[in-house]
Design a protein around this ligand. Structure first.
Ligand code: ADP
Length: 370
């Protein structure tokens, strides 16, 4: 041991290491990015580097000889525990919102192995802490959404049975009353229908979000649009809306799920009818544009303001909730349409002018020839 010490000393003298080593140590101490604080046995600051000055927000000169605990967050009186000569590692936050540091305390011993002070190292772990915090927030949010979805799903399923029995009772009551109180009965039936529609919309949305993908088949878009138009005629008849269809010629087929696409297009057509004052015009057209089939539903109805336009695909968003209560909307129709189109690699665009009308265009990829 003594021999090797002599050899080292000889080496250092011979190669002038004695000059280099302290200079290098000094340079490292000054420039290292982590904060370093030297503390004496009484817990007083004996020195610190530039990084520590920045972390503590004060100059070395101003703090020399002062208790280190005064400059670190008060909940860590750990620096006062100088009785024990062990190494300590803890995480500290300078404020509730950070920055965060890993604080490592290492005992300093002299050649006679006597404890002479402590070396406090502060490593910045703010970035890691923020990622941990975000991950935790994301997990909590995901669990919250799952819980909410389960609740909505259970509630919607539970509502189906009483709604069916209410509809049956209303039917029987109408028969028994033989034309009496028909206005009141109409209103009760209408509200029950609205509630049933909402429950079905919620269940559709939940199912679409749960099922990973749908079964897709080659479909003729014009056939599908014709089917949706015929299906919507009774509603158009009630409001006196005129429905026009301009089918594109010899259109290639699209790869789609017929039931889902029917729902997506029906929602657009029902909206066009609902939000067009009586006697309005609704035009539906199909064309082929490059590798997409474009389906347009245009109306000359009430239109949508520029403020509302970016939000209409959000769940439960209704431009005018009061109007929705009269016309029967719940703000789920366009969310369902958009969800279905996403599942088909489709795109939906809307253009609208308040008081002039709206145009919704759906773009679906053409099915590849097999
Ligand atoms: P809702 O069931 O309320 O109709 P949607 O999600 O289908 O819900 O539509 C969201 C909102 O977008 C509607 O409340 C309505 O205000 C507006 N909207 C949708 N389509 C049209 C349209 N063709 N003309 C005017 N407003 C529309």
């Amino acid at each position: 041991m003594a021999f090797s010490g002599v050899v080292m000393l000889l080496g250092m003298t011979q190669f002038r290491f004695m000059d280099i080593v302290p200079v290098a140590y000094d340079l490292i101490f000054k420039n290292v990015k982590s904060g370093i604080i030297l503390i004496d046995l009484k817990g007083r600051i004996a020195g610190m580097n530039h990084a520590a000055e920045q972390i503590l927000g004060c100059s070395e000169k101003a703090v020399i000889g002062k208790p280190a605990v005064d400059f670190l967050p008060h909940q860590y009186p750990i620096l006062g525990e100088f009785g024990e000569a062990k190494e300590i590692k803890i995480e500290i936050a300078m404020t509730e919102l950070g920055p965060y540091y890993e604080l490592q305390i290492t005992p300093l011993h002299n050649r006679r192995s006597e404890l002479v002070g402590r070396l406090v190292m502060l490593y910045d772990i703010t970035a890691r802490k923020q990622i941990e915090k975000q991950t935790l927030e994301l997990t909590i949010e995901r669990e919250r959404v799952q819980l909410l979805q389960r609740f909505i799903s259970n509630m919607s399923h539970d509502l189906r049975t009483p709604l069916t029995s209410m509809k049956v009772s209303q039917y029987l009551l109408r028969k028994e009353l033989a034309g009496q109180h028909s206005v009141r009965l109409d209103s009760v039936e209408q509200q029950t229908e609205r509630l049933a529609e909402m429950v079905e919309s919620m269940l559709t949305l939940l199912r679409l979000e749960k099922d990973e993908c749908s079964d897709l088949f080659n479909l003729d878009v014009n056939d599908l649009v014709n089917y949706v138009i015929e299906f919507s005629r009774p509603l158009a008849g009630k409001t006196g809306a005129q429905l026009h269809f301009s089918p594109g010629k010899e259109l290639p087929q699209v790869l789609a799920n017929k039931d889902e696409l029917t729902v997506a297009l029906s929602n657009l057509l029902v909206n066009a009818i609902r939000y067009t004052p009586s006697g309005g015009e609704i035009s539906i057209s199909t064309i082929c544009d490059a590798d997409r089939i474009v389906i347009c539903v245009r109306d000359n109805g009430i239109g949508i303001s520029a403020e509302d336009l970016p939000h209409i695909f959000e769940r439960f968003y209704r431009v005018d909730p009061a109007r929705g209560t009269q016309t029967g909307g719940f703000g789920l129709g366009l969310t369902i349409t958009k969800t279905i189109l996403d599942r088909h690699a489709g795109i939906i665009d809307v253009q609208s002018q308040l008081g002039e009308g709206s145009e919704f265009s759906v773009r679906l990829p053409i099915a590849k020839a097999s």
